[in-house]
Design a protein around this ligand. Structure first.
Ligand code: SAH
Ligand code: DHB
Ligand code: MG
Length: 230
């Protein structure tokens, strides 16, 4: 009983420390401007699920975009435009973000958030099922950065498209590739199967160098990051 309680107290302390560290890093390195705050507020008011990336993840996407000198970025899964704003802000003035979104309400909110954030000149939302829209992007390739964050079952197919649309040196990032560790085990459902297969492929594909990182404030989820080898 005492052991159990002290272990629980230790875990709670650990979670608090992690939360504090995350807040400090966010404050110093990834503060949200009005555009990002508007996107969050509008999505919340419209009743969208609060499943956007964290500010630290947004800053990491920007860092990756700058690292590969991104001029063209592809996002799969816009939601309310939150991650798209982070990505668009990492582009040069003549750069381009194309964000794919199946839900017309989400797409409209994302477009509006892009306008409010002042990135409409370089960021657009295309409405439809990603697997239907991706073939149309061949003529607009190569994309320097691809961010995958839509429905989970087709993650392996999104990876194939990302590779087809990329160049040597491109970066492919995917959200939700930790899932409390379930993303590395035998999958129990279709969604997990997609993410498990995604991780297996990026870890063994000789064209890629990859790493999955737990980066939520409770370390339960995170990005898979892959570089297309030169
Ligand atoms: N990247 C966003 C969060 C995306 S949530 C952010 O961090 O701000 C996942 C989004 O993918 C939802 O808006 C959902 O409608 C969309 N989506 C789900 N299935 C899709 C599909 N087949 N094609 C395109 N978008 C899809
Ligand atoms: C879900 C989807 C996401 O992309 C995410 O980041 C978190 C949760 C979901 O479908 O539950
Ligand atoms: Mg996600």
């Amino acid at each position: 009983m005492t052991n159990h309680n002290s272990e629980l107290a230790f875990l709670m302390q650990q979670a608090k420390t992690r939360h504090k560290i995350e807040a400090a890093i966010t404050h110093q390195f990834a503060p949200e401007d009005e555009g990002l705050q508007f996107a969050l507020m509008a999505a919340k008011q419209a009743g969208l699920p609060q499943i956007q990336i964290s500010p630290v993840q947004g800053k990491l996407l920007q860092l990756l975009a700058v690292a590969c000198n991104a001029q063209k970025i592809l996002e799969i899964g816009s939601l309310g435009g939150y991650s798209g704003i982070w990505l668009a802000r990492a582009l040069p003035p003549h750069g381009r973000l194309i964000s794919l979104e199946i839900n017309p309400t989400h797409a409209r909110l994302a477009s509006n958030a892009f306008a409010k954030a002042g990135v409409s000149d370089r960021a657009e939302v295309r409405v439809g099922k990603a697997l239907d829209l991706l073939p149309q992007l061949v003529s607009e390739a190569p994309f320097d950065l691809v961010f995958i964050d839509a429905d989970k079952p087709p993650y392996p197919q999104y990876l194939e498209w990302a590779l087809r649309l990329a160049r040597p040196g491109s970066i492919i990032a995917a959200d939700n590739c930790v899932r409390s560790g379930k993303a590395f085990e035998e999958p129990e459902d279709e969604g997990m199967a997609g993410v498990v297969a995604y991780n297996r492929r990026i870890s063994s594909d000789p064209r890629l160098m990859s790493l999955v990182m737990a980066m939520d404030d409770d370390y339960t989820d995170g990005f898979a990051i892959s570089v297309v080898k030169q």
